[in-house]
Ligand binder design. Structure first.
Ligand SMILES: [Zn+2]
Length: 170
């Protein structure tokens, strides 16, 4: 496993243990070149799912890609890596249990929004703002309505820049 910090190839496993009810194995790794420490998760891939994007393009479902976009939404938020892993695993299992070979990307987006809403309000707003891209002003108000009861989130005013830019797109 390549070191994410210095790209060295000599990283060593310091510790392995099962997590997530034995559905995955967590490995703590250390890089002897730069001293960087990181964690990897190993798991079984049950089924190949194809995602149909809004453009109609088909791409294989990529758990890492899903994890990255969730990671961006949760950046610097006080949420433990294990909880994030569980959230991702839960989304993947929901996708797999739908039993469909192809799924529209909006299904994943909806599951992520649902999961983040229960986990961290700030991450939820971040993801929602990117995912929904505030395509419609109605959407924007809907998002605001959904988070209005969450005090730690600063809401833009009605004539704020977010809505202004959303309207400009039309
Ligand atoms: Zn390194």
């Amino acid at each position: 496993m390549r070191c994410p910090y210095c790209s060295g190839d000599n990283t060593q496993v310091k510790d392995s243990r099962p997590t997530d009810e034995n559905a995955s194995i967590r490995r703590r790794r250390v890089c002897p070149d730069c001293g960087g420490r990181f964690t990897t998760f190993e798991r079984v891939q049950l089924r190949e799912i194809t995602i149909v994007k809004r453009s109609g393009r088909r791409v294989p479902f990529d758990r890492d890609k899903l994890a990255r976009s969730i990671g961006v939404a949760l950046r610097k938020r006080p949420v433990e890596p294990e909880r994030i892993e569980r959230l991702i695993s839960g989304i993947v299992r929901q996708l797999e249990s739908m039993g469909e070979a192809e799924l529209p990307s909006s299904v994943i987006g909806g599951l992520v929004m649902e999961a983040l809403r229960g986990l961290d309000a700030v991450a939820y707003v971040r993801f929602a703002s990117v995912y929904r891209d505030f395509r419609e002003v109605a959407d924007f108000h809907e998002v605001l309505g959904e988070i209005a009861s969450t005090p730690e989130v600063a809401l833009p005013k009605d004539d704020g820049p977010l809505e202004a830019s959303a309207e400009r797109k039309h």
